[in-house]
Design a protein around this ligand. Structure first.
Ligand code: NAP
Length: 324
């Protein structure tokens, strides 16, 4: 099969399309003929050598796909060859065929184009469980960092669907995109976003922060927190080691936690996928959540897709079209 082959780590040019052996479906797995793959920030980190696949996962980059069932491994039922689906992967998505545990396969959200569907699973399966864990409730204030990206574009809309008041940070040129998605306050992250968020809450601060910056925002995130507030770190774009003033966290009775979807065992991922299909797919179907703007590249232009994401010009999701 054709797949993206990575020759060392570094710039997008380390990725080329080559011939590799096709995977086989092991017990409890299905094979998918991939139609499109989502391109995520984590893929960029893997390409640069900072985010190796978990043990046992494919070395091929790619955490989510859409496609059609091509084969069933031993003990799998509930799917027919040829059926359209989406899947959450531990790796292997930038390829014509992928093998995946059946629990991580889901139907395409009703009415959604199969190529677009490649970009909905990773964001939903990341954001929804984290906000449940943080106990985000209607009427609370929710701050999403990076509202212009794939995760952020989904998180703004999901926060609004829950009934939260949603704040977001993004670069100046992308603030209108965030407002169009429903953000109540869209704040330029190059300015004093802590002060802006405090002003907008009469000094109270925000109840929940979804953070993609890590170390760089550790102090400011605690600073912007309301009493009883909760921070969940899901990205380390601003580094992994920072200094935390526990005195401030303690006075606010705050919570700080961090999670990685990719590192979760298959059984947990299956549970997450089930919950997402039950809760989030109807939100797409009835319009509470809309697809983020998307930029599509053919598989052969994988380097251009990563260059586009690296450039900082992207808004919403980037997709690799493998077959149509
Ligand atoms: N832990 C998990 O389970 C998990 C799962 C999926 C993703 N993630 C992480 O989530 C993050 C977002 O992923 P993605 O695929 O949505 O990436 P993406 O589409 O590239 O989005 C990255 C976002 O970060 C924003 N950003 C850059 N510098 C910023 C700053 N100083 N302050 C606030 N925002 C800033 C960008 O804003 P501008 O474009 O406006 O500059 C952009 O919105 C990544 O760090 C990824 O690794 C984690």
């Amino acid at each position: 099969m054709r797949a993206v082959v990575t020759n060392g780590a570094g710039e997008p040019s380390v990725m080329t399309v080559g011939e590799v052996p096709a995977p086989v479906a092991g017990p409890g797995e299905v094979l998918i003929d991939v139609v499109a793959a989502g391109v995520n920030r984590a893929d960029v980190l893997q390409r640069r050598g900072f985010y190796p696949p978990p043990p046992g996962a494919s070395e091929i980059i790619g955490l989510e796909v859409s496609g059609r069932i091509a084969g069933l491994g031993e003990g799998v039922d509930g799917w027919q060859v040829g059926e359209e689906c989406v899947a959450l992967l531990a790796g292997g998505g930038y390829a014509e065929v992928v093998a995946v545990p059946v629990g991580q396969v889901a139907p395409v959200p009703a009415g959604m184009d199969l190529v677009s569907a490649a970009g909905v699973m990773e964001v939903a399966a990341t954001v929804a469980p984290n906000l449940h864990r943080m106990g985000l409730k209607a009427g609370e204030t929710f701050l999403v960092h990076g509202g212009s990206g794939g995760i952020g574009s989904f998180a703004i809309q999901y926060g609004k669907a829950i009934g939260a008041r949603v704040f977001t940070t993004a670069s100046a040129g992308k603030l209108d995109h965030c407002r169009e998605l429903g953000a109540d306050e869209a704040i330029d992250y190059r300015g004093d976003w802590v002060a802006a968020a405090k002003d907008a809450t009469d000094g109270r601060g925000v109840d929940v922060v979804l953070d993609v910056m890590g170390a760089k925002y550790l102090g400011p995130n605690v600073d912007v927190l309301a009493r009883g507030g909760r921070i969940v770190v899901i990205g380390l774009q601003g580094g992994r080691k920072g200094e935390l003033d526990l005195g401030v966290l303690l006075r606010k009775a705050g919570t700080l936690t961090a999670t990685s979807l990719r590192a979760r065992p298959a059984a947990e991922k299956a549970e997450v996928v089930r919950d997402v299909v039950e809760e989030v797919w109807p939100m797409y179907a009835d319009g509470r959540i809309k697809l983020a703007p998307e930029t599509r590249f053919p598989l052969a232009d994988v380097a251009a897709a990563h260059t586009h994401l690296d450039s900082g010009d992207n808004v919403g999701k980037v997709l690799l079209v493998v077959a149509e």
